[in-house]
Design a binder for this molecule. Structure first.
Ligand SMILES: Cc1ncc(COP(=O)(O)O)c(C=O)c1O
Length: 459
């Protein structure tokens, strides 16, 4: 058993219970000086107060002397065990078996602060340089992705821009999937070329054989999203990693639609994995966060640029919420996968439905590649279109009583959004998407209720 509890035979002799902390006599209520607000003047030779050892601060007399269990969870444990225990330890001050939320901007400096590197993301100095809850979450996510290192940032877009701004400079070229979350498109297709002279090629990365000819001498990054938002395209991670590496470029993969339960791109050759923690990893629709995972030198560079210098740090509270959400990721993901697969097949059989895009369907273009690289399942998001006009699509959504009309995905509840035929990126989508379509994030509800909701809304 790798959880190394202290062997009872070797346990240190119990120490006497630590003294409880008492206020100085002069400050105690009822003492002669209790109403005297003048602080006593320090006498020049009075000794410095002896600091209390950390573990005597606890008011719990049962856990004042030592922590008996030090967890050691590594990647050899199963995925669910890593999701539950990763990044967690017994709190040394209180003995709580959950690490607390540390809502502090600043941490105590050492005796000689000149030894501190103010721009470093190592160690606790100032929360923009990284905080305790962020580090616990990084530990958990690195275990789930079997990644050497991880940085957690304020949102998925902070993680994406962290990758782009850290690894691209003027004159560089990037190849990016033509189906990605809109912010990746805006950053790579509009903002970075216009402001910083970065060259971008949008490409259908679902056909890797078309990508090699697009490589240029100055190609530094290939960025893909698989499954992709919003058309649910699949790109072959292994094949694209080879192409990127032969060009001396990095491959980054936005893994948000899959989560580490379904797909682990680093094991398939990717250099960087991006996760919007706002989605499946948190899973409850109540906190935003993003992560990038990869080798330590790459993650160190993102920490310095995107977090310390650009300020994309996550709040300790959001990191704590997401840490709690990740615990149930395996259970939730299995249900999302199953509900989505069943619902995709149900929708495909309806006469009012024009098309369904879901990699779990054998009819889907990306099925074979997805089956090879998504061992956990095909995810919870699908796209479909009705045999209806613009208004017909909106009417359908307005009649739903269980599925919620809202953006985002990976929440506990099912969410649907209509992306009309006037979408500015229409020209990049496959033909069947041109008449408007829905993106449906299938939630954890009873499948029968989801089917019934769709049936009654179509009547
Ligand atoms: C695939 C993908 N990546 C990144 C993001 C951005 O994440 P966030 O909203 O946490 O910034 C999203 C948001 O929908 C997304 O779908």
């Amino acid at each position: 058993m790798r959880k190394t509890g202290v062997d009872a035979g070797k346990m240190p002799a119990a120490e006497p219970l630590a003294p409880t902390r008492t206020a100085p006599t002069s400050m105690r209520a009822g003492s002669p000086r209790s109403h005297d607000t003048t602080p006593p003047l320090p006498t020049p030779h009075s000794p410095l107060p002896t600091p209390y050892p950390l573990d005597t601060l606890s008011q719990n007399p049962y856990n004042t002397h030592h922590i008996t269990m030090i967890k050691h969870i590594d990647h050899t444990f199963g995925f669910a065990t890593r999701a539950v225990h990763g990044g967690n330890e017994v709190d040394r001050e209180t003995g709580a078996i959950r690490r607390p939320i540390t809502m502090a901007n600043s941490y105590e400096l050492p005796y000689d602060p000149s030894v501190v590197n103010w721009s470093s993301a190592e160690g606790n100095v100032y929360t923009r340089n990284g905080g305790a809850n962020q580090r616990y979450l990084q530990e958990k996510l690195a275990l789930l992705h079997e990644a050497p290192d991880c940085v957690v940032l304020a949102s998925g877009v902070a993680a994406l821009s962290g990758v782009f701004f850290t690894f691209l400079k003027s004159g560089d070229h990037v190849i990016v999937s033509d189906s990605t979350y809109i912010a990746a498109y805006r950053l790579l297709h509009e903002l970075l070329p216009a402001k910083y002279g970065i060259e971008t090629t949008l490409a259908d990365t679902s056909d890797w054989s078309k990508i090699r000819p697009l490589v240029r001498e100055n190609t530094r990054l290939v960025h893909i999203e698989t499954p992709s938002n919003p058309t649910i395209k699949i790109s072959d991670i292994k094949a694209l990693a080879d192409i990127a590496h032969n060009a001396g470029a990095l491959l980054s993969v936005d893994n948000t639609f899959a989560s580490p339960f379904n797909q682990r791109p680093l094991a398939l050759g990717a250099d960087l994995v991006v996760e919007s923690l706002t989605k499946y990893l948190n899973g409850h629709g109540d906190a935003m966060g993003g992560a990038v995972l990869g080798k330590k030198d790459l993650i160190d560079a993102i920490c310095a640029e995107a977090m310390v210098n650009a300020g994309g740090t996550i709040s300790p509270f959001n990191a704590w919420l997401i840490m709690r959400g990740v615990v149930t990721l395996p259970l939730r993901m299995a249900r999302h996968n199953e509900n989505a697969l069943q619902l995709a097949a149900f929708l495909e059989a309806l006469p009012q439905v024009r098309f369904v895009s879901y990699p779990g369907l054998k009819s889907s273009r990306g099925h074979a590649a997805a089956a090879a690289q998504m061992p956990g399942g095909f995810g919870g998001v699908l796209a479909f279109g009705l045999d209806a006009d613009h208004d017909g699509h909106n009417r359908f959504v307005s009649r739903l009583r269980v599925i919620t009309n809202a953006v985002s995905l990976g929440h506990d509840e099912s969410l649907i959004v209509f992306l009309g035929e006037n979408d500015e990126r229409q020209y990049l989508y496959p033909e069947e998407f041109h008449r408007g379509f829905f993106r449906l994030s299938v939630g954890l509800e009873d499948l029968a209720d989801l089917k019934a909701d769709i049936t009654q809304a179509l009547e």
